[in-house]
Design a protein around this ligand. Sequence first.
Ligand code: HEM
Length: 256
Amino acid sequence: MASAAGSTAPPIARGAMHGVAPLRAGQGVSFVLRRLHSLTGIIPVGAFLFEHILISNATAISGPAAYAKQVAFLGGLPLVFFLELFGIWLPIAFHALYGFYIWYRGEGNVISYPWTGNWMYTAQRWTGGIAFIYIFWHTYTMRFTGIDLHANPYASFGKVQNEVFQTPLFLFYVVGLIAASWHFAYGIWLFCAKWGIVSGEVARKRFLIVCICFFFLLSGVGLASLATFRSEPLQVVEPGTAAMVHHAAPHRKPVE
Ligand code: HEM
């Protein structure tokens, strides 16, 4: 195996505050794959995560009807299957699999280099790994098993509730959400450092604070949505109509 930063060059292991190596030139295919890995973390995977947590799932805070409306909107997008396939699943699969390869090629070395940058380096790998297990499970249960939410958007709130009401899975959701939020937020910082978008030690330190604030925003909104799923009355999960949702939550405004 290569050294701590065998895949990205030693400065990463020597501390985030001491500089991040620009993306190593590499050669041929590995150069392109490395750049593609970095880019897919932001677009489309990061952009999707942003939308998923801060826009779509945040509507759950306004209640089941608002959430159903958002799910209906997403499910009604033209060519939705191809949008999901090329805009979400394949890019995530590529970023994750190549991410595991990068991880395998390097070592965290938190013992030998016990300062911030190397902890961040290790955390980036572990949060990616946790996010992978979580995303796999979440997609399998929400998209590919049980009631089809594209065909029955009004069952969406209840379907999530059924999952997060079970305590061990609720904790799994909390851990997965926090891991994905950290990975993306710190990933933005890494990306900007590597591509030379933010350069200079002072600017990078300041930008790190911005990214940490973004982490709190992402995970905070995500946790608030999860809390709403648990605090609302349990919704009916059956192929059916909006009436069921209103029935279960009469204090909410109906959606046209
Ligand atoms: C929630 C989905 C994910 C998002 C939004 C995401 C986003 C990002 C971003 C923005 C970066 C910084 C890009 C760069 O280093 O230039 C990154 C880096 C990384 N990601 Fe992900 N990622 C996700 C899932 C994963 C998964 C499942 C893995 C699998 C282990 C993974 C592994 C990595 C690794 C190893 C790096 C660091 C690469 C390096 O240090 O050069 N990511 N990710």
